[in-house]
Write a protein of this length. Structure first.
Length: 273
């Protein structure tokens, strides 16, 4: 089991309470057919034109977008909600992976009504533990316009969720490395993760470090802590300028081996001295 290191998190964070190719789309909702957005909402700000950055997210299908011109993410979001029958009026939380208690997805099921009460929508893709899947299936049947469950693993669906979601949930009980949070950041989807293993190594909490934050962390493996972290993320999502900055930092983060490789090299050189 991965080392459960301790991290300093904001007050209330752990307590109870509350890239690839997209598949072809049938139709993308034109901008003039979409409902108006509040002028400073996250989606309105992301939709503003910005200067071009080097590097481009490779996306085909619904839209292409870059860290410096992320307007295409809006089209990906609309396409995802249309495909899954989700009401697009609130923040979309994406889940992709093996639906297993080790991955903490039972916390998502237990926190679902709290998340819905905060205005969230859930897009879940995966298979796994039968009891957990049955619980999600029941929630999706109860809230068909708020929760969508795709009981399979499909690369195109995964990419649609990465591209079209606002936030990405990874509430793992332990996670030696983790790739989902890295993929999500590259797609401009802000990770909400448990502070463990590779997740706490790669995601900077945006409340702890507002200038460098790329996501939101929670410590306790319980549904209240997850819901609290999502609440903080939604608060940021409702502040369009702040959200756009978090998205940009995640998309432009250096997730290569260049920095850790240099640290390893320095450590080895230090041992030879």
């Amino acid at each position: 089991m991965a080392d459960e290191r301790k991290v300093k998190l904001p007050s209330g964070i752990a307590g109870p309470g509350v890239s690839g190719a997209l598949g072809e789309v049938e139709r993308v909702i034109p901008q003039d057919e979409a409902p108006p957005l509040p002028p400073n909402s996250a989606l309105a700000v992301i939709g503003k034109p910005t200067p071009r950055l080097e590097g481009r997210l490779k996306v085909t299908g619904a839209a292409r977008y870059t860290a410096d011109d992320p307007r295409g993410k809006l089209a990906c979001r609309r396409d995802l909600c249309r495909r899954l029958g989700l009401d697009p009026a609130g923040p979309v939380l994406g889940v992709v992976g093996r639906l297993d208690p080790q991955k903490g997805f039972d916390l998502v099921t237990e926190a679902a009504h709290m998340l819905l009460g905060q205005g969230a929508r859930l897009a879940v893709l995966g298979t796994g533990d039968h009891t957990l899947v049955a619980g999600l299936r029941g929630l999706a049947a109860e809230h068909p316009d708020r929760i969508a469950l795709l009981e399979r693993f499909d690369r195109d669906d995964a990419r649609r969720i990465y591209a079209g979601s606002d936030m990405f949930l990874m509430p793992s009980r332990f996670e030696p490395s983790g790739q989902g949070q890295l993929i999500a950041m590259r797609y401009g989807t802000v990770p909400v993760v448990r502070a463990t293993g590779g997740l706490v190594d790669s995601v900077v909490d945006s409340d702890i470090d507002p200038d460098a934050g790329t996501g939101f962390l929670f410590a306790a493996a319980d549904p209240g802590a997850l819901a609290s972290a999502v609440r903080r993320a939604i608060d940021a999502w409702q502040d369009g300028d702040r959200w756009a900055a978090i998205v940009r930092r995640g998309m432009t983060a250096d997730l290569s081996w260049d920095v850790p490789a240099a640290r390893y090299e320095e450590a080895y050189r230090a041992l030879r001295r």
